[in-house]
Design a protein around this ligand. Structure first.
Ligand code: PRP
Length: 212
C-alpha cells in the first residue's frame, strides 16, 4: 500500500506537527534532518510528508494530490473549505482580531473606515456580519504598519501573544475567532482510504488528549 501523503505547513506549525507525530511513534528523522528537501518519508512507509506554504496545503489537498494536510484554521477561514476538517490538533493557538491605534474608538464617526489585512475574506465577512461598510486593503505581511503609516484605521490580523500590537501602539478592539492547527482530508481520500485515515486520526486524537 502506498503511503498516505500529508501536506504540512512549513514554519510556525512544523515543529509541533513533528512533535505530535513522534508522540504517536512515527519516525520523523528525515523531517528533522530535511535540508532543502520538500517531500520526505515519515514513519515506516506509512506517511509521506510534503512541506508547503499554508494556502498551498489547502490547494494540494483540495486537488487530491495530497490525502491529508495540517494547516491553521486562519488559512482555512480565508481560503475555502472543499475538504473535510477532521481534527483540531490543539497547537498553533492564536486568534483573529480587529485592532486599531491605542485609545482610538474604531467604531466612532460616520466616515467609511479602511481596514488592512492579510485575510481580506475574513475581514469582509466580519464587517458584513456587523452590517458595516468597510474598505478592505490587502497587505502581505507586517500588517501593523498600515495604520501606523496612515493607510488604514485598523487591521484584521492574527494575534498570538499581543506583543506585536503592543510594541506598535495598537490594541485589540474585538476578537473575531479562535484559531488552531487542523487536520484536513481530501474528500475522495476519505472514502477510498477511510480505515487508514481514521486510524491515524484516532492515534493523533489520543495523543492530543493524553498530552493535556
Ligand atoms: C503574525 C501576525 C502578527 C504577529 C502576531 O505575523 O500577522 O504580526 O504574528 O504575533 P504576536 O501577537 O505574538 O506578536 P507573522 O510573524 O506570521 O508575520 P507576518 O506579519 O509577516 O505575516
Amino acid at each position: 500500500m502506498k503511503p498516505l501523503r500529508i501536506a504540512l505547513t512549513k514554519g510556525r506549525l512544523e515543529k509541533s506537527t513533528v512533535e505530535l507525530f513522534e508522540q504517536i511513534g512515527l519516525d520523523c528523522s528525515c523531517l528533522r534532518d530535511k535540508g532543502r528537501k520538500l517531500i520526505l518519508p515519515v514513519g515506516d512507509g506509512e506517511l509521506e510528508a510534503v512541506l508547503a506554504k499554508a494556502p498551498d496545503v489547502i490547494t494540494y489537498v483540495e486537488h487530491g494530490v495530497c490525502d491529508l494536510g495540517v494547516v491553521g484554521k486562519d488559512t482555512i477561514m480565508e481560503h475555502g473549505s472543499h475538504f473535510f476538517e477532521i481534527l483540531d490538533l490543539g497547537f498553533g493557538r492564536c486568534g483573529f482580531a480587529l485592532a486599531a491605534p491605542r485609545g482610538v474608538d474604531f467604531y466612532s464617526g460616520y466616515r467609511e473606515k479602511t481596514v488592512a489585512s492579510k485575510y481580506p475574506n475574513v475581514a469582509r465577512r466580519f464587517f458584513e456580519s456587523k452590517k458595516m461598510d468597510v474598505r478592505i486593503i490587502r497587505i502581505e505581511g507586517s500588517v501593523e504598519l498600515a495604520p501606523l503609516l496612515g493607510l488604514s484605521d485598523g487591521i484584521v490580523d492574527i494575534v498570538e501573544t499581543g506583543v506585536t500590537l503592543r510594541e506598535n501602539g495598537l490594541e485589540v478592539v474585538e476578537r473575531i475567532a479562535e484559531v488552531s492547527a487542523r487536520l484536513i482530508v481530501n474528500s475522495a481520500s476519505l472514502k477510498l482510504r477511510k480505515r487508514e485515515i481514521e486510524a491515524l486520526a484516532a492515534r493523533l486524537e489520543a495523543a492530543i488528549k493524553g498530552g493535556n
